[in-house]
Design a protein. Structure first.
Length: 415
């Protein structure tokens, strides 16, 4: 098979950029070489000779010999300008910038169509796990029921280290930063934003629906407190930050990012530290489980490398599942069983939001309520810093129908 020779213009030489350089050095069989690296800061010591670097983006974007732009910078706005210009100039693009892609998905689709240039981003979701191309090529939309997983390495690292090695939250976060797992603004990780951006990309490729980030509810790990951590310890559970998207009986997509309790017999229980995992459920294939390193220089570079390799034979996403209608389920119709921690004095008010309460606990200042609540009510409760939720599970169909008479038509059922 004839493959294309690739001349790469690389934007960014941080953790992943440097990882890619090394990975390319070790894969000489791949006919791809970096010609120019554009970076922002001039006075920074780097592991390559100064001749490699330029500070002028036009040296890549206007270089006719460069046919592939690899964008690995931090700033999502600058990244979007680079990607837009590169696609306009007919260059293929590989990016790992989930925030930029999630915030500009529609525009990026248009640009790919208009200029007929491929744009690949396997590294943007779960680093080393090959999920985007799998969803795009292998799984048919109609047959996919759900996708759920741990999609952020830093928060999984923090949750693992605080639970098993008694590190403080700050110590574990600092380690995640030193290891190159965290975003330069780590609140994107800890606040659940990064997981939400990744979920948006997964939904686009799993179900063909393009959402805006604001349409997906998220809560990260930065609001977790002692009450829910103690609850997990006492019951032998772990807390994992999980992203979920599933289709309900009406064919509508339900999606959210929340911390969850997982028990020992749950496959996600063993997924610790920087590992990510995804479970895909199809009508006939049933459940399939993917696991791999979710952050870090080489695991992320390995996905970038795979995209580069695919571009040698002109691979592109075709977005065959794309639906113009937004088939998102209203949050009033999504039912969750959660533990909600709140100030003690708010107990009555909180209880009134639950459809059913199963357990109540109070100490001098704080309280928690366990029960069934709609996503809409949960969202309205989680607006203050002193309230935090952890998902227990999704109520089953029998439990949901129990509430149907009381609360109108129920739109989804979980098997
Ligand atoms: N900050 C991200 C994470 C990097 O921790 O998962 C990989 O996307």
């Amino acid at each position: 098979m004839n493959t294309k020779k690739l001349k790469i213009g690389l934007f960014g030489f941080g953790c992943v950029g440097h990882g890619l350089y090394e990975v390319l050095q070790q894969t000489p069989g791949l006919d791809a070489e970096i010609k120019t690296i554009v970076v922002k800061q001039k006075n920074k010591s780097r592991r390559l000779a100064p001749e490699w670097f330029s500070y002028d983006k036009s040296e890549i974007l206007n270089d006719a010999e460069i046919n592939l732009v690899v964008e690995l910078i931090d700033d999502p706005d600058a990244a979007f300008e680079i990607v837009k210009q590169a696609l306009c100039n007919g260059k293929a693009v590989v990016s790992a910038n989930k925030k930029m892609i999630a915030e500009h998905f529609e525009e990026l689709l248009e640009l790919q169509k208009q200029f007929q240039t491929p744009f690949l981003y396997e590294a943007a979701v779960c680093a080393s796990i090959p999920i985007i191309r799998n969803l795009e090529e292998y799984y048919d939309n109609d047959l996919l029921r759900s996708i759920e997983g741990i999609v952020n390495g830093s928060t999984n690292y923090i949750l693992s280290k605080t639970a098993s090695e008694n590190l403080s939250y700050q110590q574990a976060l600092q380690q995640a930063q030193e290891l190159g797992y965290a975003e330069s603004n780590p609140r994107l990780d800890t606040g659940g934003f990064d997981a939400k951006f990744k979920l948006l990309l997964l939904i686009a490729h799993a179900f063909g629906i393009v959402l805006q980030p604001e349409q997906i509810f998220h809560q990260g790990i930065n609001k977790l407190g002692e009450l829910e951590l103690n609850y997990a310890r006492e019951k032998g559970l772990k807390i994992k930050l999980k992203a979920r998207a599933f289709k309900n009986e009406a064919g509508k997509v339900c999606a959210f990012v929340l911390p969850e309790f997982v028990s020992k017999n749950d496959k996600f229980y063993q997924v610790d530290e920087v590992y990510n995992a995804l479970q895909i459920e199809g009508c006939f294939a049933d459940k399939q489980f993917f696991v791999g390193r979710g952050a870090g220089a080489y695991p992320t570079a390995s996905a970038v490398l795979s995209d580069i390799s695919a571009l040698r034979y002109n691979y592109r996403y075709e977005y065959k599942k794309r639906q113009e209608d937004n088939e998102m389920e209203a949050s009033e119709n999504i039912f969750l069983r959660v533990l909600l921690r709140h100030p003690r004095e708010a107990s009555d008010e909180v209880r009134s939001k639950f459809l059913d309460t199963e357990e109540l606990y109070k100490n001098k200042e704080q309280a928690y309520t366990i029960g069934i609540i709609t996503l809409a009510e949960l969202q309205s409760t989680l607006t203050t810093e002193d309230v935090s939720a952890v998902l227990m599970d999704l109520p089953n169909s029998a439990e949901v129908s129990q509430y149907s008479e009381k609360f109108g038509e129920i739109a989804w059922l979980q098997e």
